[in-house]
Design a protein around this ligand. Structure first.
Ligand code: HEM
Ligand code: SF4
Ligand code: SF4
Length: 366
């Protein structure tokens, strides 16, 4: 995938800063970026892309650095890496134009899609199938499956192709299973947002440490995984055990989905609030709106799901179901173009890093 002029400039600026850091090495223990950097003296474009995706934007290196403005080196490594990172997602996932549009007009794009899809689901419900209980009295199970499976699998396939290009671009070599476990372990703890010694990151407090971002992120990530597990369990119960919804409160889909929705809602409020407090100049400022749209979308998915649960048996179920399904489908359709890709790319970068380390260790010494 070729780089355009702006991307070449961004890579060149990140390379300039990385070369200074590689000579200084003061921030060596902060995160995985610095140990990865010190493996080499010259940096190809793929190496810069890899370092950018390893960076968790904790901002620790910016607040510790003696070479930030007004020093003539004008270092701002978190921002330089964030620009390259976002550009790499736009470049590696097709069609790029949709990602650029989402990053520029995220709230409008997500809002329009939600409104159109809610209208569509509302119209479908008006042709009531009367084919089941609970939600299925509004929308038949088979119709839901026929609509949601392609809306989920197609975006995942686009992301999969993008990750394959990433792996090739960064030259991570043949995959080792041990590297997969190591990458999953680091992602599960969000180790690189802990500031190296577990003291927290500098995202919203400037040169003071705080663990708020990591805590709210974990609520969001694990809440999302619980909601995903809830839907998967319900599918197995429907097809495998012939036990269709509605489910009582003690059934696995409810026991997983309700806490998951609460965790996601708290996570979205926290992450959105922290974003308004943090300095946009230490990230990719041009995608601030798109990132906020992503947080709002996740918050909407969770809160409309919880509202639907609370509205069971009332006349609000019809409109809330249309709104909730529209939010979920918008999240799925925009997955390759929104910040949702960060999880896939960061996990792949952590695995690629563990893979390269293992290869370097195994290589015979010259
Ligand atoms: C492999 C797993 C994941 C990793 C390693 C990861 C890592 C990160 C990191 C390092 C950040 C902060 C830096 C940044 O803003 O770019 C972040 C932000 C965020 N993540 Fe994740 N993430 C993962 C999965 C998820 C999942 C599954 C969700 C929810 C569906 C999620 C939702 C968010 C949100 C809402 C933000 C805040 C965005 C912002 O402030 O702009 N993440 N993630
Ligand atoms: S960010 Fe500044 S202090 Fe840290 S390694 Fe780079 S040049 Fe050195
Ligand atoms: S912002 Fe944090 S994660 Fe990124 S390079 Fe600096 S110290 Fe590492």
């Amino acid at each position: 995938m070729s780089l355009d002029l702006l991307q070449l400039d961004q890579i060149q600026e990140a390379r300039r800063q990385i070369e200074i850091c590689n000579a200084c090495r003061y921030c060596e223990g902060f995160c995985s970026v610095f140990p990865a950097m010190t493996r080499q003296k010259a940096f190809a474009d793929g190496d810069i892309t890899h370092l950018a995706n390893l960076c968790h934007n904790c901002r620790g290196c910016y607040y510790s650095c003696q070479y930030t403005e007004p020093h003539e080196f004008a270092l701002n490594l978190p921002a330089a890496l964030a620009e390259v990172r976002v550009a790499s997602w736009e470049r590696l996932i097709q069609p790029q134009a949709v990602a650029r549009l989402f990053h520029a007009q995220g709230v409008a794009m997500a809002g329009l899609l939600i409104a159109l899809l809610a209208g569509f689901f509302w119209a479908l419900a008006a042709l009531k199938p009367d084919a089941g209980d609970g939600f299925y009295a509004y929308l038949a199970h088979n119709t839901m499956v026929a609509l949601f499976v392609p809306a989920f699998v197609t975006p995942l396939a686009l992301i999969g192709f993008g990750l394959r290009s990433y792996w090739r671009e960064v030259g991570a070599g043949p995959l080792r299973m041990a590297a997969v476990w190591a990458g999953l372990h680091d992602a599960a703890r969000l180790k690189n947002l802990s500031g190296g010694q577990g003291q927290g990151c500098n995202f919203e407090e400037g040169d003071r440490y705080s663990d708020r971002r990591r805590i709210h992120h974990q609520l969001m990530m694990y809440g999302f995984l619980l909601c995903f597990a809830s839907t998967s369990t319900a599918t197995v119960m429907h097809y495998g055990l012939n036990w269709p919804a509605p489910y009582p409160w003690w059934a696995p889909p409810k026991l997983l989905g309700v806490p998951g929705g609460v965790m996601m809602t708290i996570g979205a409020i926290g992450l959105g609030w922290l974003k308004t407090k943090a300095d946009p100049a230490l990230g990719a400022a041009r995608v601030w709106g798109g990132e906020m749209a992503f947080i709002l979308l996740l918050g909407l998915v969770a809160s409309t799901g919880l509202a639907l649960y609370l509205a069971t048996g009332t006349g609000l179920v019809g409109p809330l179901l249309a709104l909730h399904l529209a939010c979920v489908m918008t999240l799925f359709l925009l997955m390759p173009f929104s910040k949702m890709v960060h999880g896939f790319f960061r996990l792949t970068a952590l695995i690629a890093e563990a893979n390269t380390k293992a290869q370097t260790k195994a290589a015979p010494k010259a």
